[in-house]
Design a protein around this ligand. Structure first.
Ligand SMILES: CC(C)(COP(=O)(O)OP(=O)(O)OC[C@H]1O[C@@H](n2cnc3c(N)ncnc32)[C@H](O)[C@@H]1OP(=O)(O)O)[C@@H](O)C(=O)NCCC(=O)NCCS
Length: 153
């Protein structure tokens, strides 16, 4: 298994993993178009040529980036792959000079185990919540905002 930057040819497999969870209301839907347009933000985990997990890092502001579209193929769940992807995205954030990463998640326990702290949504830049207005789950999506400081790492 290896983690690498995503390529355009991975988009359909990424979409399939994300849609599985979105259909189960465990994460938000993401169109093929949105994945193509943001493919440079994605990393994937590959096993024998098959994409088994994905995640993305989206820079929001000078000191802040969001971990997005994190998903592990159900067959490979609870083997530490999600944690490995988060750590890689945190490294990528550090390389970019970003000091804090956050996630909006229906699975706060997963992120808490990785050291993330629940924060108030109001502490995130307003533009992040501004985007929520366009989501069909607005205003009661149930996503929990969590954040981690990368300064000491
Ligand atoms: C959340 C997700 C990425 C975790 O991936 P994973 O590879 O299974 O996670 P890990 O094996 O690294 O888990 C590390 C720890 O997080 C916690 N954890 C993981 N999945 C969890 C879940 N579904 N519910 C509660 N805690 C969870 C556990 O404490 C786990 O440790 P343990 O297995 O020793 O108890 C995966 O379940 C997934 O794709 N979920 C659907 C999409 C999603 O919720 N994405 C996150 C928000 S963008």
């Amino acid at each position: 298994m290896k983690i690498r930057a995503a390529k355009v040819k991975d988009v359909k497999e990424i979409h399939k993993i994300v849609e599985y969870y979105a259909d189960n209301k465990e994460m938000l839907h993401r169109s093929l178009n949105a994945i193509y347009e943001n493919i440079q933000e994605f990393i994937v985990m590959e096993n024998k040529g098959k994409i088994i997990a994905c995640g993305a890092l989206h820079v929001s502001w000078e000191d802040l980036a969001e971990i997005k579209a994190l998903a592990v193929n159900k067959e490979y769940a609870r083997h530490g792959l999600g944690s490995q992807l988060v750590h890689q995205l945190e490294k990528n954030a550090k390389t970019l000079g970003v000091e804090k990463v956050f996630a909006l998640s229906f699975k706060p326990k997963f992120f808490k185990k990785l050291g993330y702290k629940i924060i108030k949504k109001e502490s995130l830049p307003q533009k992040i919540w501004g985007e929520c207005i366009n989501c069909h789950l607005f205003p009661d999506c149930g996503e929990v905002p969590l954040q981690l400081s990368l300064r000491k790492r």
